[in-house]
Structures are given as structure tokens and as C-alpha cells.
Design a protein. Structure first.
Length: 115
């Protein structure tokens, strides 16, 4: 079955960096668009960044533009989110999603940014 496993979350001070990884299995990874979403307590889940199946096109939410970078490795079946200049408002559970019509979600990884 399809599995998406996020890793790399943790506690970091404001201004710091983290790299999230999402390893996929059970699907033809290179055929799927991949996205990173986040959900803060009491808020709706929001799209943070997205990359197309080939890796040539990306999208970023305005709130993270210039600070986050999404990349993928279609050999390792993994998508990454490099997060820099982190702010307390980036604190959330971060989820990856594989999309091609139907979507698959990972279980999430907690990112906490202290001020």
C-alpha cells in the first residue's frame, strides 16, 4: 500500500533551519505531484509548497516564499522541504501529500520554532 513517511521535524530557535523529508513507497513516485502542507493548532491545514512530478515547477505560499525550498529526488522517491529563517509562526505539524487525481497523505512531523 501507499506510504508517505515524513521526518526531520523538531524544535529550533527562530532564525534557524530544518530540512524535512518525505519518503514514499507503494506508488510510482515520479508520476505524482508532491506538496508540503502544515496545520497549526486551531487553524486549517494550508498548502506551503508544491512541486510537479518532474521537479521543474514549484509553488510557494507567500508566507514562506524566499525562506523555504521544495525539491524532490525521483530516484530516492523522496521530497524535501528546506526551511530557513524560521519564525515562531511556522510552528505546525507538517504533512506531505502525493497527488495525481486521488491524494495520499503522510502522518505528519511536528515543527516547533521558539522565539
Amino acid at each position: 500500500q501507499v506510504q508517505l513517511v515524513e521526518s526531520g521535524g523538531g524544535l529550533v530557535q527562530a532564525g534557524g533551519s530544518l530540512r524535512l523529508s518525505c519518503a514514499a513507497s507503494g506508488l510510482t513516485f515520479s508520476s505524482y505531484h508532491m506538496g508540503w502542507y502544515r496545520q497549526a493548532p486551531g487553524k486549517e491545514r494550508e498548502l506551503v509548497a508544491r512541486i510537479n512530478s518532474g521537479g521543474g515547477s514549484t509553488y510557494y505560499a507567500d508566507s514562506v516564499k524566499g525562506r523555504f525550498s521544495i525539491t524532490r529526488d525521483n530516484v530516492k522517491n523522496t521530497v524535501y522541504l528546506q526551511m530557513s529563517s524560521l519564525k515562531p509562526e511556522d510552528t505546525a505539524v507538517y504533512y506531505c501529500k502525493a497527488s495525481m487525481g486521488a491524494g495520499y497523505w503522510g502522518q505528519g512531523t511536528q515543527v516547533t520554532v521558539s522565539s
